[in-house]
Design a protein around this ligand. Structure first.
Ligand code: F6P
Length: 323
């Protein structure tokens, strides 16, 4: 049922991602446009439990569109997984007369949002904010595009030294249990091989390729491994043990989560932020907002769980043709 709201809240939860601030700005300004008050919850669900909320105004969200991180801070909140933690959060929402909540985050944050909706009937809408791009219901999650570009920038730099010193490099990228970031950066950086959780390459085959390359005069290799598939230093040691060739490892780590969001992430976050407020106003709760084929797409929060892609074999085929 469509409603008229006086006060809503927004929070960011789980790992931060570039573009979360752009989403906060869109939520706040769209809500203000519809004459609602907006509260910002600090540090995700933990801030709800701790009653750490701030009023958000037009001015609070100026100059944040282009900034990485999240002005609301973020956290993982184990206490919120307990019934008692959720009850505390509900009490705080009530005490502030908050009538709906927008959650910006990934898989775990969506689970919390769905619990609030299902168990307490509280109006909640989710916006996909994670660099991992591992959720159903959206082609892209906020932050993934920027993270890919950040990783590429670093990998291009490592390639310079790999080429100059004629070495093998294994580069570990983030992505949790998803190989999405690894696959995209492998293709875009012209990597020689790829190891992802969904589709593990074969070490023996990889090393046969390296040996064959050596015979043909190839001097440097770039191999991308997704953190969910293995540690870069272990992969590097395995390659050295099999081929006898010097292999170095680089872990890109949290560098990939920072920095100014790219244009695509700012636009995605802005569209999703406005769409989330629109759905609240329509009375469409318990939903996850996404963009699919460039159109706003709405699915149930319960369906927006961890996504398993089937792109890996195809991308791997391209990689093998092009390396
Ligand atoms: O979900 C985002 C992400 O950056 C993953 O890619 C990574 O596995 C995880 O968060 C790291 O979490 P933390 O910052 O808590 O170590």
């Amino acid at each position: 049922m469509a409603g008229s709201f006086r006060k809503i809240a927004v929070l960011t939860s789980g790992g931060d991602g570039p573009g979360m601030n752009a989403a906060i700005r869109a939520v706040v300004r769209c809500a203000l446009h519809h004459n609602m008050e907006v509260m910002g919850v600090m540090r995700g669900y933990q801030g709800l439990i701790d009653n750490d909320l701030i009023p958000l105004t037009h001015r609070t969200v100026s100059n944040i569109l282009s900034r990485g991180g999240t002005i609301l801070k973020t956290a993982r909140a184990p206490e919120f997984r307990e019934e008692s933690g959720m009850q505390k959060a509900m009490d705080v929402l009530k005490s502030h007369q908050i009538e709906a909540l927008i959650v910006i985050g990934g898989d775990g944050s969506y689970k919390g949002a769905n619990d609030l909706y299902r168990r307490f009937g509280f109006p909640v809408v989710g916006i996909p904010g994670t660099i991992d791009n591992d959720l159903y219901g959206t082609d892209q999650t906020i932050g993934c595009n920027t993270a890919i570009n950040t990783a590429l920038d670093a990998i291009d730099k490592v390639r310079d030294t790999a080429h100059s010193m004629e070495r093998i490099f294994v580069i570990e990228v983030m992505g949790n249990r998803s190989g999405y970031i690894a696959t995209e950066v492998a293709l875009a950086s012209g990597a020689d091989d790829l190891i992802v959780p969904e589709f593990r390459g074969n070490y023996e085959e990889m090393c046969v390729n390296i040996r064959n390359g050596v015979k043909q005069g190839k001097k440097s290799w770039m191999i991308v491994v997704s953190e969910g598939a293995g540690k870069a230093h272990v992969v590097a040691d395995t390659i050295t043990n099999i081929t006898g060739l010097e292999t170095r490892s680089v872990v890109l780590g949290h560098v990939q989560r920072g920095g100014n969001p790219c244009g695509a992430d700012r636009i995605l976050a802005t569209r999703l932020g406005v769409a989330a407020v629109d759905e609240i106003l329509k009375g469409n709760y318990g939903k996850a907002i996404g963009v699919m084929q460039n159109e706003i797409n709405i699915i149930d929060l319960s369906e927006a769980r961890k996504r398993v892609y089937d792109i890996y074999q195809d991308r791997y085929r391209l990689l093998k043709i092009l390396r």
